[in-house]
Ligand binder design. Structure first.
Ligand code: NAD
Length: 294
């Protein structure tokens, strides 16, 4: 078992660090929040006083931070020049491709191995150790990161070179954002035309409209397996986070002149829903806006 530095113990990182400790690693954990540090301690991690202390002497340094600027700052101030040569740096945050590539280049220049390894699976996946990791980096960096990621997830996939993990994540979520809206608008229209939502589900879920948004996460309460719609859209994947990922996708699309009309429209609609005060609701709650319900 290894010494692991874990920086960023929020909704996602808290559960991930706990699973590493459960797997027997010596997890030196840091967060700016005292509450997050106390939770990490209760879950078998050793709270330390700074990000640099977490990185010091670690075989793997894992970051799970809000956005690219936090990752760039933490790497600059507390990881580069502190982590041992030979340590593998694993950033699991969802951030822009440019920052992911930039930190990987800086790491390589310092003789460190680094991967971008964003996740799919949400807070339940982080707590249950069932995340999917999409990993960008060299073969050597991937091989070093893989055992740590396997202790926190059910699937660890090498996407390609640096930044391809982030690319996979934002393209995945661009499809998710668009299919959720398409699923919501069809349920709303079907109901207005007099078709019972359960009947529509029974038909569409075994027809060509089937998707994860419909059959694993149905936006209509009481239809399909249990989902946030059954809990008045509490928990799940917040609209604000979906909007963050869609904006990252739109920025990335612009850098390569990719035509993404569905992604652009999904971004506009999620922005409107968030501005109406619903950023904290699960992203499937956008059905309320499309149905003109509050
Ligand atoms: P969060 O806001 O709950 O946690 C982020 C943590 O980072 C906070 O505890 C904060 O105190 C800490 N932090 C910020 N700056 C820091 C610094 N300089 N040093 C140490 N700690 C610092 O966010 P989250 O929901 O855990 O998400 C983390 C990342 O995972 C984000 O990039 C998010 O987009 C991504 N993600 C989230 C979900 C989800 O469902 N929540 C799903 C997939 C991916």
């Amino acid at each position: 078992m290894a010494r692991v530095g874990f920086i960023g113990l929020g909704n996602m990182g808290g559960g991930m660090a706990a699973n590493l400790a459960k797997a027997g690693h010596d997890v030196h954990a840091f967060d700016l929040s005292e509450e997050a540090l106390a939770n990490a301690k209760a879950n078998g991690c050793l709270p330390v006083e700074s990000a640099a202390k977490a990185a010091e002497g670690a075989e793997a340094v894992i970051t799970m931070l809000p956005a690219g600027k936090h990752v760039a700052e933490v790497y600059r101030d507390s990881v580069f020049g502190i982590a041992d040569t030979g340590a593998v740096l694993i950033d699991c945050s969802t951030i822009d491709v440019a920052t992911a590539r930039d930190v990987a280049d800086q790491a390589a220049a310092k003789g460190l191995l680094a991967v971008d390894a964003p996740v799919s699976g949400g807070i339940a996946g982080a707590q249950g150790g069932t995340l999917t990791f999409m990993v960008g980096g060299t073969d050597e960096a991937f091989e070093r990161a893989q055992p740590f990621l396997e202790d926190m997830g059910k699937a660890v996939i090498h996407a390609g070179g640096s930044g391809t993990g982030q690319t996979a994540k934002m393209c995945n979520n661009m499809i998710l954002g668009a299919t959720m809206i398409a699923t919501c608008e069809s349920f709303v229209m079907a109901k207005k035309l007099g078709l019972d939502p359960q009947k529509f589900y029974d038909i569409a879920s075994v027809s060509t409209a089937q998707s994860w948004s419909m059959t694993s996460y149905c936006p209509v309460p009481g239809v399909g397996p249990e989902a946030p719609s059954d809990r008045d859209y509490a928990g799940g994947f917040a609209t604000g986070l979906m909007l963050k990922d869609l904006r990252l996708a739109m920025d990335a699309a612009a850098t390569v002149d990719a035509d993404t009309p569905m992604g652009a429209r999904a971004t506009e609609l999620y922005q409107k829903f968030a501005e109406e005060g619903h950023a904290g609701l699960d992203f499937s709650a956008i059905i309320k806006m499309l149905a003109h319900e509050e």
